[in-house]
Design a binder for this molecule. Structure first.
Ligand SMILES: Nc1nc2c(ncn2[C@@H]2O[C@H](COP(=O)(O)OP(=O)(O)O)[C@@H](O)[C@H]2O)c(=O)[nH]1
Ligand SMILES: [Mg+2]
Length: 343
């Protein structure tokens, strides 16, 4: 899969960064294996219980089996809404005798999971007509914003575009340093100011730097904590206003970064940020360290916003373009089906 869903012909040659061959055409099988590996804990949480059902001689499927499925989904943080939606469909299928055996149950579960996630599969598109393209990252402290800025810069550079980073978190002493490290790793410039500056003015400067140096993309980090939550939202809204004055259509992407390990709290945060900022895309981080990766389904079901990327580690290459089919396959795919329904 090619990262940003844009066509190469849209893109003007960038003087600052010569096109680098895209990394994607590595065999997709290997990429899927890596994703599976990173999702091990959620996968185990979901499938260890289900595997017993999928390997069992259940024909037809009983209510008892469905209750076990329900429990597994809830344990993986799929959430009440998405779990109810899935179970309602499974029960309807059971009623019309469509769940003949465990294979049919597995297929039905897979279809339901895809139905929830597929509408959220919208890769970020960076059209060649918008320069600089401005991406603003927002989210609470510790959700993974600064790390995601670094990983995103890597991806975008791989697409052959040039990047400037804006150190918009002016509230934490270490935040600017952390961003500069990512800038060095990616060999991209970082625009920063003294700690007394505000986010809006740093991002304003980064926009001008991108314009004057003909850089393609501005990726702006922001603060996740202020003295009060309303203070944070006001600060972020100000960033948006300042950008809109520079360029009517900016920011072109407001990416909300959510930490998968915070479970249902991520949903509450998402609603607050969306209300204040008009989120256009979501990144879900730390899926590698958690057994609760089912939160993706809860987020998809509730918010119905594009899930642009998932974070599966702390390295440069650990940001993946979200794809519903790949994610579902990595969660409940092949290993489960390979030893299904004995004859
Ligand atoms: N395992 C893992 N750790 C992550 C991921 N994304 C971020 N982190 C870690 O989470 C912590 C907080 O990240 P940071 O980017 O500083 O969050 P910020 O406060 O929102 O900017 C750091 O220790 C990161 O290395 C991820 O996808 N997987
Ligand atoms: Mg940060």
């Amino acid at each position: 899969m090619f990262g940003f869903g844009k066509s190469k012909k849209d893109l003007p040659a960038s003087p600052a960064s010569p096109p680098v061959p895209a990394q994607e055409p590595v065999q997709s099988g290997r990429l899927l294996d890596r994703l599976k590996d990173r999702l091990t804990r959620t996968r185990a949480n979901l499938t260890e219980g289900l595997a017993r059902l999928f390997t069992g001689r259940y024909r037809p499927i009983s209510e008892e089996v469905l209750e076990e499925v329900e429990e597994r989904l809830l344990l993986a943080d799929v959430g009440a809404d998405a779990t109810t939606a899935i179970l309602t469909d499974l029960r309807a299928r059971m009623k019309r005798q469509a769940l003949t055996d465990t294979e049919a149950l597995y297929q039905a579960l897979r279809e339901n999971m895809l139905a929830i996630l597929a509408p959220c599969t919208h890769p970020l598109v960076i059209p060649g007509t918008i320069r600089p393209f401005v991406i603003l990252l927002v989210g609470v402290n510790g959700s993974g914003k600064t790390t995601t800025v670094g990983k995103l810069a890597f991806r975008i550079r791989q697409e052959g575009l040039s990047v400037v980073l804006a150190a918009g978190d002016t509230f934490r002493a270490a935040a600017v340093e952390q961003l500069k490290v990512w800038g060095e790793r990616n060999n991209v410039p970082v625009v920063a100011q003294s700690r007394t500056a505000d986010s809006a003015s740093v991002i304003h400067d980064a926009f001008h730097a991108a314009q004057s140096r003909h850089l393609d993309v501005v990726i702006a980090d922001t603060a996740g904590r202020l003295h009060t939550k309303s203070g944070l939202m006001e600060e972020l809204k100000k960033v948006k206003r300042v950008l809109a004055k520079l360029e009517e259509t900016a920011p072109h992407e407001v990416l909300l970064v959510l930490d998968a390990t915070t479970g249902q709290n991520a949903l509450i945060q998402a609603e607050q940020f969306h209300q204040a900022m008009g989120v256009t895309g979501i990144v879900i981080t730390k899926l590698d360290g958690t057994a609760k990766g089912g939160i993706l389904f809860a987020i998809a079901q509730r918010l119905r916003l594009p899930i642009r990327f998932i974070g599966v580690g702390e390295g440069l290459e650990d940001l993946r373009v979200f794809d519903a089919r790949e994610f579902v396959d990595a969660l409940i795919g092949s290993d489960t089906t390979s030893h299904e329904t004995p004859a």
